[in-house]
Design a protein around this ligand. Structure first.
Ligand SMILES: Cc1ncc(COP(=O)(O)O)c(C=O)c1O
Length: 371
């Protein structure tokens, strides 16, 4: 592959000359992109809630600097990231569990807290489905509770449906980008019985700016049944690298760890995550660029007569007023990929907020498709 012919020194020179983005981002540019990739086809990919700006240049450099450590197990990097995350979240190191993406954390929660021994999974409908599949595969009953009319979790109904087991609260929620207000969530956590575990998935935490939104991490110290998950896939632009984590009390982390593969987070992802946290611009830049492109998109859709669910994430969902499946296909024919069907909302389209130019392509294609 072409990469091999570039020496590490040459690579470092190119990086310091400011060519990091061109050379390393996206990673596929180091070699020939696979035939199906967005890079090779000019596809506008607004289907997976990724961050099109990628990780911090510091993270890209940290990864190239770590090439020589590829032969080592990642223990030390693991410890450094845990230390950083513990400080960031004001908790002990033994209250952090890293995962191969937050997807691994969700899977560990399903395996540890649901199933024939532990009980059912209660989740909203619609929500991010991964943990529903994990719980079913673990032999658990899965109970879906519809979102309220304003797209919040129906927490009293979810609590009533659970007896032991696990309640999954995705906040902001995927696919609706809506939030469940902090007061309702706090009240629900306070009322939940000790033997019912609660997982609050805060994958989109950094994009939420409503005064009604708050992280539940500070509540972990008082609630042994609370787990809060986060990811480096969204604002930190590391979806392809795979790194996430959760915060919970020590005993909960220990129970989950028993189900985890050793060394599940790779050394490049750890190096990138640590460096991302060291870049003070990564989060505010991502927030600003996303909110600008989001405002333009929502405004244009509004002018066309399409109402968007109030979005607190890096994606939007709006009512197309007709079945979305043929529209998704027609958009794809115009090389714009949007989110999949969520059966509970068959007329709603989920669209990731990409760069402004990508949102222009989306709006043009959408106008053509709806004409
Ligand atoms: C709500 C939510 N949680 C978790 C994930 C999994 O993310 P990752 O495994 O990349 O951290 C996603 C991915 O899109 C998501 O939308």
């Amino acid at each position: 592959m072409k990469t091999i012919s570039i020496s590490r020194r040459k690579f470092a020179q190119l990086l310091s000359a400011g060519a990091a983005a061109a050379l390393v981002r996206p990673a596929l540019s180091l070699g020939k992109p696979p035939e199906h990739s967005a890079a090779s086809t000019g596809v506008v990919r607004l289907s997976a809630n990724e961050n099109p700006y990628g990780p911090s240049p510091k993270a890209l450099k940290a990864m190239t600097d770590s090439f020589g450590l590829a032969c080592r197990y990642p223990d030390e990097h693991n410890n450094v990231l845990i230390e950083r995350l513990a400080k960031l979240n004001n908790v002990g190191r033994d209250q952090i569990l890293l995962g191969d993406g937050s997807g691994e954390i969700l899977k560990l929660c399903a395996e540890t807290f649901t199933g024939s021994q532990n009980g059912k999974l209660v989740a909203a409908n619609p929500t991010f489905e991964a943990i529903l599949n994990n719980a079913s595969a673990n032999g658990a009953e899965v109970v879906k509770v519809p979102l309220t009319a304003d797209f919040a979790h129906d927490l009293p109904k979810m609590l009533a449906a659970a007896k032991g087991g696990l309640i999954y609260v995705c906040n902001p929620n995927n696919p609706t980008a809506s939030i469940t207000p902090k007061d309702q969530l706090r009240d629900f956590i306070a009322k939940s019985p000790r033997d019912t575990m609660i997982l609050v998935d805060e994958a989109y935490f950094h994009y939420a700016d409503s005064p009604d939104y708050e992280s539940m991490i500070p509540l972990v110290k008082d609630h042994p049944n609370l787990i809060v998950s986060r990811t480096f896939s969204k604002i930190y632009g590391m979806a392809g690298l795979r790194c996430g984590y959760c915060v919970a009390q020590k005993e909960t982390i220990e129970r989950m760890r028993l189900h985890q593969m050793w060394d599940s987070v790779n050394i490049m992802a750890l190096a990138a995550a640590i460096a991302n946290l060291d870049d003070p611009d990564q989060v505010p830049n991502g927030q600003r660029l996303t909110s600008e492109a989001k405002a333009i998109t929502i405004d244009e859709l509004d002018k066309m007569g399409y109402k968007t669910v109030p979005s607190q994430a890096n994606f939007i969902m709006f009512d197309c007023k007709r079945p979305v499946v043929p529209l998704i296909q027609a958009m794809k024919q115009r090389t714009v990929e949007v989110g999949r069907l969520f059966p509970a909302l068959p007329n709603y389209m989920r669209v990731t907020i990409g760069k402004k130019s990508e949102m222009e392509s989306f709006l043009n294609a959408f106008k053509q498709v709806m004409a």
